[in-house]
Ligand binder design. Structure first.
Ligand code: GLU
Length: 323
């Protein structure tokens, strides 16, 4: 019998700020899932966006993962370019040009304002479904517009359902044309889009499972379509509910909500914090101070919640009391 591929998971953080408790919950569950199966963990720094990501945040992120006891077998800053998206542009360009050569891409000259003003429907998560305004431009229209503005490059998507079985949400289907629309592969400033980069990287790194926040659930159909076009094997996906502040809003890196700076100043050791997260994720019946390693036997996907987890004011204050 052929060997089963080894389980390979990943941390794929964007170093655009200090990790908050929700980011840690994702990292913890991704790590527990891999370690519970004796698998291999990769750390890839998703620093594609030069305006938002810094080396200093990436270094802080690694230091925070060490403090939490979440280790990795491959990757990270010291492993160099292959694990830093900002250094992998040539790989994304190669995948992009393969798609372009098949006539699957087109330039889009729409400004952000035009995209929002268009009568295209707004999707439930706030995204705007692209109207297709630039889908059928003639060569001379493209040339005229290109002389005044650099285009983004979009992928044409078919009117087709893409379905997958998610580890928490079960069967999820999205119609590419009606629910995602032709999407951007390369921004007008030349930066390759997350959707393309994540597929190229997870594909080439042999990632077999992805555990990440359910804010990315609606990206998965687009990514699966790219896996198919690029002839890569997709991983299994598990999307986990988001952690929310007591007023129901999602934690945000930009607002430094429950970030590890505050949490580490409040809790001297990671165990009470990790135990609290494991309890919120349904893995423990009550919060108990346990290390990441001690939590491995408690990991079971079946217990993960499907609804976002809203922190009580008391828990919020216990994790990060700023007064
Ligand atoms: N880099 C993304 C983030 O930090 C995660 C991407 C993914 O897990 O696919 O939100």
């Amino acid at each position: 019998m052929a060997d089963m591929p080894r389980v390979c998971g990943r941390f794929a953080p964007s170093p655009s700020g200090r990790m908050h408790a929700g980011n840690v919950l994702c990292a913890l569950l991704a790590w527990l899932s891999v370690r519970a199966q004796g698998g291999h963990m990769v750390l890839r720094i998703e620093d594609l966006d030069p305006d938002r990501c810094t080396r200093a945040y990436a270094a802080q992120l690694e230091e925070d993962l060490h403090w939490l006891g979440l280790d990795w077998d491959e990757g990270g800053l010291s492993a160099g370019g292959d694990y830093l998206q900002s250094a992998c542009t040539a790989r994304y360009a190669e995948a992009f040009h393969a798609l372009a050569a098949r006539g699957l891409t087109y330039p889009c000259f729409c400004t952000r304002a035009a995209l929002h003003a268009a009568s295209a429907p707004h999707l439930s998560d706030g995204r705007v479904l692209y109207s297709g305004a630039c889908r059928n431009l003639t060569a001379s229209e493209v040339a005229a517009r290109a002389s005044v503005r650099r285009p983004a490059m979009r992928l044409r998507v078919p009117d087709e359902d893409v379905c997958f079985v998610d580890g928490v949400y079960g069967t999820v289907c999205e119609n590419l044309a009606q629910e995602t629309g032709d999407f951007v592969l390369r921004r007008a400033d030349g930066v390759y889009a997350y959707q393309l980069a994540v597929v190229v990287d997870d594909g080439r790194m042999g990632v077999t499972e992805v555990v990440r926040g359910c804010d990315l659930l609606s990206s998965t159909a687009r990514q699966l379509y790219l896996y198919r076009l690029l002839g890569l094997t997709p991983p299994h996906f598990t999307h986990i509910p988001l952690l929310c502040a007591p007023d129901g809003r999602r934690l945000s890196k930009r607002d430094r909500d429950l970030d590890l700076g505050c949490i580490r100043a409040n809790c001297n050791a990671p165990e009470p914090f990790l135990g609290q997260l494991a309890f919120l994720a349904g893995l423990l019946d009550r919060p108990a101070p346990l290390s990441a390693r001690e939590l491995i036997p408690y990991y079971t996907r079946a217990r993960l919640p499907r609804q976002n987890v809203v922190l009580s004011p008391k828990t919020y204050r216990a994790l990060c009391n700023q007064t």
